[in-house]
Design a protein around this ligand. Structure first.
Ligand code: PEP
Ligand code: CO
Length: 452
């Protein structure tokens, strides 16, 4: 049944639809109490910030900006530490500098953090040594330990997710406004972890060139140029746990409409991007910019319906399509979707997630991704959009600032045998900082090889 856009939306109207991937809490009263508490907490972000992000995404839609979105597959409560937050922010800033310089265009920076705690799973239950328990669904829902106690969904975790999100965001805001992103401070920008000599030399050369230009511009301007000491950062997460999202779905004084104030940029995951499902119903009524994960399982006509349903006013910046096909499928699957989107006449920002279509398991049992497949999907996306006359406007990565060994390949040549050295992810494998920096340098190389 096709929903009609005039059906009344409210912050609870999703509850009348089928909500996939939701936890089953044994204690309904405890859930209700936690949600009540949450709904009285101050929001994490403001509508002003959300609207300013939407404007930047609109610029990216029209080819005037590039979106960099990245962070963990799943954040963990025990990783809300100064070191991990700082190193993740640092790699994202460095990547954005490379993109900014190499693509010659401003970058809008969006973290997969301060709320990326809920995960969709392919199976609701997991069996180990003859014992069956609920699957781990992210720290906001249950624990990773394979015991009944840990795996039972616990509503208190909703409150912990809110407070760790707030702590993360608080520290990020202090860092970016307090000089951490200041280009005048070489110590913040240097990359000790880049072991591969060519990569390190190229990045250093870029930094030196930027600094020389900065010094020149400041001497001409006879003083510091404002805006170079700070960077703006936005947050995003998958809007999966709808009760949590509902608790932060609010109206604000002197603005029309309703906002999700738990994050700037919620996205709808591939498993829940169904026209008649609860997640799409929820996303329809909020004023935030929305991401939709788009993969081969979505038909061109379904995508058209989603676009019409989620952006009936054709507002630029409202919708970002985050495509994730896998390197082997993108050439067949992306072009028909581009044609279909064009036929709607609706503006969308095309962004590529080269991670989720390229996941595989090694013979020694590690979930991994090959650097070359990730890069390959991005290169295909760039070629296809160019050939079809659409703007390739962003990238979406799972990455960490830590020196992990989760993805195979890259300049240091990590192999399947190396993965057990530092495999920390509880869900999907992430690029380490060196691989992430190399990835954006190679995107820039690819762009430079392309004709104007
Ligand atoms: C994710 O981004 O972690 C994820 C689950 O992606 P997708 O919905 O594209 O599978
Ligand atoms: Co993931």
């Amino acid at each position: 049944m096709q929903p009609t856009p005039t059906e009344t939306w409210s912050r609870v109207s999703w509850q009348d639809k089928e909500a996939l991937q939701q936890p089953e809490y044994p204690d309904a009263d405890a859930l209700a109490a936690a949600l009540k508490t949450l709904s009285m907490q101050p929001p994490l972000v403001t509508s002003w910030e959300i609207e300013s992000l939407k404007e930047k995404l609109a610029e990216a839609t029209y080819g005037k900006r590039f979106l960099l979105q990245g962070g963990d597959c799943a954040e963990r409560f025990d990783e809300c530490t100064a070191r991990i937050i700082t190193s993740r922010l640092k790699i994202l800033l460095q990547m954005s500098l490379v993109l900014n310089y190499g693509l010659r265009m401003p970058v809008v920076r969006v973290g997969r953090f301060a709320g990326q705690y809920a995960k969709p799973r392919s199976s609701p239950m997991e069996t180990l040594d003859g014992k069956t328990l609920p699957s781990y669904r992210g720290d906001i829902i249950n624990g990773i330990g394979f015991t009944e106690e840990e795996r039972t969904p616990d509503p208190r975790r909703l409150l912990e997710a809110y407070s760790t999100s707030a702590l993360t965001l608080n520290f990020v805001r202090s860092l970016v406004s307090g000089g951490f992103a200041d280009l005048h401070h070489p110590e913040y920008w240097n990359q000790g972890f880049v072991h591969e000599a060519d990569l390190a030399a190229e990045y250093q050369h870029m930094l030196d060139t930027i600094r020389a230009a900065l010094m020149f511009a400041e001497s001409v301007a006879d003083g510091p140029i404002s805006g170079l000491r700070e960077a703006s950062f936005y947050t995003s997460h998958e809007a999966l746990h709808l009760h949590y999202e509902q608790a932060f779905t609010r109206t604000v004084p002197r603005r029309t409409g309703t906002y999700n104030l738990s994050t700037h940029f919620p996205w709808v995951g591939l498993r829940t991007a169904h026209l008649n499902g609860a997640h799409v119903e929820y996303a329809r009524g909020i004023r935030n910019p929305i991401g939709i994960k788009v993969g081969g399982s979505l038909s061109p006509s379904e995508l058209q319906s989603l676009i019409r349903h989620l952006n009936p006013e054709q507002e630029p910046g409202r919708l970002t399509l985050i495509t994730r096909f896998g390197v082997a499928n993108i050439e067949n699957q992306l072009p028909p979707l581009i044609d279909a989107v064009r036929a709607t006449g609706s503006p969308v920002l095309w962004c590529a997630d080269p991670m989720h279509g390229n996941t595989e398991t090694t013979d020694n049992g590690f979930k991994t991704r090959h650097f070359d497949n990730i890069l390959g999907e991005l290169e295909h996306a760039m070629d296809i959009h160019r050939a079809m006359g659409t703007y390739f406007g962003g990238v979406h990565f799972e990455l960490t600032g830590e020196d992990v060994t989760e993805c195979i390949g890259g300049a240091r040549g990590l192999s399947a045998e190396d993965l057990d050295q530092a495999y920390h992810s509880l869900v999907d494998p992430r690029l380490n900082a060196e691989q992430a920096l190399e990835m954006v340098l190679l995107i820039v190389h690819k762009k430079q090889r392309m004709p104007d």
